[in-house]
Design a binder for this molecule. Structure first.
Ligand SMILES: NC(=O)c1ccc[n+]([C@@H]2O[C@H](COP(=O)([O-])OP(=O)(O)OC[C@H]3O[C@@H](n4cnc5c(N)ncnc54)[C@H](O)[C@@H]3O)[C@@H](O)[C@H]2O)c1
Length: 375
């Protein structure tokens, strides 16, 4: 733990850690969070010295986080330039995980999303420019795509418009083309058109755009990782911000059946948090080999497609709980299918996932979740 105090009253580091065998000092923003802590663990395992900058958002953390004692922890906010300047001293690369996550409750959440994610990233990147830190990995998301990618009967790629309420009311869940023909879902690649459909998604795309602009104007090297459906130990419990895997897991823990929207056939790519962490380490290595002014986006998915219904069944089976209930209900704005091609990450970064769906769901069914705030 560090001891100086920044403009916001946050503690800031006095002395960067270093080790002769280390690839360097890595700053992980949001490193006390679900994904950030998995990144920290693997970075330490790979010889990085690690500093964490995390504000410990009170709506995320019910209590103090458990951090590896080797981590230099800075309790502060990425929006606080003085704290970020101090946290960047001696740093070789930044892994930016800090964000307000999830879909939020309603539009009243919009200012907080924009401030935390867009303004926070801008402050961080400006500080990196001042400090001469030129390597960045930024956590992005599949939500930048909106709806997934589809093929028409004629074999052409099509991105359908949001589904019509009349269709959803009639139980017609799969997107159709203008002639009413069913579209066939396919894997989405990074060059697909981007179509963020909610405030959170807009802020994730803005984080990518800011990173591109930073790389261009400062000679930086940035990788944006578009995570698909992340799950694994330490995932936050039942909150409006939690992912569907956590909601099902929390229902099972209460002895209730997971309630699955639509017909349960929504296709997703469920990717384990340890695989997300190893993708971050691969992307960090990549930033160390690129020319100045480099930006590249990479999907991070397991490469296997499963439905939300299959995920609910696997969790219920492994937890020994009640079978899922498929409700036929829907939420306006939900995407029907979105699944990743992670070929770019595999081919260009030599990354591959290590946790299979079966193995990951078996572990997740009984793994500890992060304590609910106020719970
Ligand atoms: N969980 C997913 O399924 C998923 C999917 C796609 C992308 N992501 C992205 O991955 C990243 C990590 O998400 P997570 O699931 O671990 O969330 P999380 O809420 O568990 O972790 C985020 C961490 O960032 C910290 N934080 C938030 N705002 C901050 C700020 N302004 N300054 C300093 N620290 C701040 C929080 O205290 C928390 O510890 C986010 O950028 C998120 O958008 C997550």
């Amino acid at each position: 733990m560090s001891d100086a105090t920044g403009a916001s009253g946050a503690t800031i580091p006095s002395d960067p850690t270093s080790a002769s065998s280390s690839p360097g000092l890595l700053l992980v923003t949001g490193g006390a969070g679900f994904i950030g802590s998995a990144v920290v663990e693997q970075a330490l395992g790979r010889g990085w010295s690690v500093r964490v900058l995390d504000s410990l958002r009170p709506d995320v953390h019910g209590g103090p986080p458990t951090l590896d004692p080797r981590v230099d922890f800075v309790h502060g906010d990425v929006r606080d330039a003085a704290v970020v300047d101090a946290a960047l001293v001696g740093v070789d690369a930044v892994c930016h995980q800090a964000a307000k996550v999830g879909l939020g409750v309603d539009f009243q959440d919009a200012p907080d999303y924009v401030d935390s994610n867009e303004h926070g990233t801008a402050v961080l990147l400006a500080a990196m420019d001042r400090a001469g830190v030129d390597r960045l990995v930024v956590a992005s998301s599949m939500v930048v795509y909106g709806e997934g990618s589809y093929r028409t009967g004629a074999g052409e790629t099509e991105r359908p418009a949001p589904r019509r309420v009349a269709d959803l009311d009639a139980g017609v869940f799969d997107p159709r083309d203008a002639e009413g023909e069913l579209l066939e879902p396919q894997l989405i690649a990074e060059d697909a058109p981007l179509d963020p459909r909610n405030v959170y998604a807009i802020t994730k795309l803005t984080q990518e755009h800011l990173s591109t602009s930073w790389a261009r104007s400062t000679g930086g090297r940035a990788a944006a990782l578009r995570y698909h459906n992340v799950y694994g130990p330490g995932m936050p419990q039942n909150t409006p911000y939690a992912g569907v895997a956590s909601l099902f897991r929390s229902a099972l823990e209460r002895g209730e059946a997971p309630r699955v929207y639509e017909d349960g056939a929504q296709r997703r790519d469920f990717v384990h948090v340890r695989d997300i962490a190893s993708a971050n380490l691969a992307a960090l290595d990549w930033t160390g080999t690129q020319q100045p002014d480099s930006f590249r986006a990479f999907n991070v998915g397991s490469g296997t497609v499963h439905t939300i219904g299959e995920m609910a069944e696997a969790l219920a089976r492994e937890a020994g709980g009640p079978a899922p209930v498929v409700t036929g209900q829907y939420r306006a704005g939900d995407v029907r299918h979105v699944t990743a091609s992670s070929a770019r990450l595999r081919d260009e970064l030599g990354w591959s996932p290590g946790v299979s769906f079966e193995e990951g769901m078996r572990e997740f069914a009984t793994a500890p979740l992060r304590a609910a705030v106020g719970g």
